[in-house]
Design a binder for this molecule. Structure first.
Ligand code: TXA
Ligand code: MG
Length: 372
């Protein structure tokens, strides 16, 4: 997926980027359940050799390197164009590894590991002396998670090291939920993509800082605050998560993020009002020559499905948050592929998975919300 300038020509940054694509990226298909041993072995060898392999997790595809090899980790930052103050998550397959990678493992963390690992919960601990500087970007803490995906777990086991992996998108773009998304962003920049089909959750893990007094959610994700509280009591959201002057504690949350090429705008209000505002906006934009994409829940879709626009998708019933979470990134990318200039979509209640969905949508929209 290319970021085009208004006249359809690649920007100079893009042109420079294109020249860096010198590798021949291969896609290796394998089974989600009981993945083929020989493919895992070959992929693990690439990791051991200090190179990059993109692989599926239950959340999104990750871009993996040997987490104990500084030079390999640097390649992740180069391939993604990732700011060098944005630390990486270490992925493990064996619970015991936490005690090697973290200097302190609080009791509350152990309770959560027992309940949610493998699964979409990343825990931030005080780091041990074994963690390379490139992983933590100068922080005293390290983020660790155990993914719930057989390909990811088999790869980590076979490589025999913790695997550092951010989402396998180009920095700033929506995270990849399919191997094709990874290929679009990173072909020529990485060695291999392991393709085991679409990821289940579609949004990233929850990042929970468990290193301080009060467990704090730095990034809402697959495990919700409602699931955490009964197990460990009081949990807070990082103040910097909201659109405020406070800097977020997860460095990654301060960047423009999850953004397709097109501008995203969220519409907030009762279904009738949202539908009526949508119709007006599509008409206005179309008159001005802009192409509009609509990502709508079934409730709104049914009210506006007759209007003519460049791209329109029904992402499921408003109540079906897992389905919506699964579709959001893919559909933002599809809007780009359809060549739209503006994406209009809806807001969600910040409850359960809705909190993570809204967090990503607000960021991809640069906090542009219209009340209807
Ligand atoms: O679901 C996921 O978590 C996916 C899959 C591939 O595992 N990974 C992922 O990684 O989303 P990434 O790098 O795209 O996002 C990691 C987030 C960033 O916002 C980063 O700043 C934050 O976690 N983070 C990592 N280490 C941290 C640390 N020590 N302290 C605070 N935040 C940290
Ligand atoms: Mg990411």
């Amino acid at each position: 997926m290319y970021r085009l300038t208004g006249n359809g020509i690649l920007s100079s940054i893009e042109q420079k980027w294109e020249r860096l694509r010198i590798l021949k990226t291969e896609i290796w298909h394998l089974k989600k359940v009981e993945p083929e041993r020989d493919i895992i072995k070959r992929a693990a060898q690439i990791i051991k050799d200090g190179n990059l392999v993109a692989f599926p997790t239950e959340t999104v595809y990750g871009l993996g390197a040997n987490g104990l090899d500084s030079e390999a980790v640097k390649k992740i930052f180069e391939a993604k164009g990732r700011p060098n103050d944005n630390p990486l998550i270490l992925h493990i397959a064996n619970l015991k590894d936490v005690f090697y990678l973290a200097s302190i493992v609080p009791l509350k963390a152990q309770v959560l590991m027992e309940e949610f690992w493998p699964g979409p919960l990343t825990l931030v601990f005080s780091k041990s002396k074994f963690i390379p500087e490139e992983i933590t970007c100068g922080l005293e803490t390290v983020a660790i998670r155990m993914p719930k995906h057989q390909v990811a777990l088999a790869l980590i086991r076979e490589a025999g090291v913790p695997i550092a992996a951010p989402s396998a998108n180009r920095s700033g773009y929506p995270s990849p939920t399919e191997a094709d998304h990874v290929y679009n962003d990173l072909h020529g920049l990485i060695d291999v993509i392991l393709d085991a089909g679409p990821t289940g959750l579609g949004l990233e893990s929850t990042v929970l800082d468990i290193s301080g007094e009060v467990p704090t959610i730095l990034r809402p994700g697959g495990v919700t605050i409602e699931q955490l509280i009964p197990l460990i009591g009081h949990v807070e959201y990082d103040a910097g998560l909201h659109h405020s002057s406070e800097a977020p504690k997860a460095p990654g949350m301060k960047y423009t993020h999850y953004s397709p090429r097109a501008a995203v705008i969220l519409l907030d209000g009762e279904p009738e009002q949202v539908a009526s505002k949508l119709k007006d906006m599509v008409e206005d934009y179309t008159l001005k020559g802009s192409k509009v994409g609509l990502l709508l829940t079934n409730e709104i879709y049914q009210k506006v499905k007759d209007i003519s626009t460049t791209y329109m998708i029904n992402i499921g019933n408003r109540q079906d948050l897992p389905k919506i979470a699964q579709s959001i990134y893919k559909e933002l990318r599809n809007c780009d592929l359809a060549g739209v200039d503006i994406i209009l979509t809806e807001t969600y209640h910040e409850e359960g998975l809705g909190t993570a969905i809204m967090n990503r949508l607000l960021k991809s929209a640069g906090y542009k919300v219209i009340s209807c």
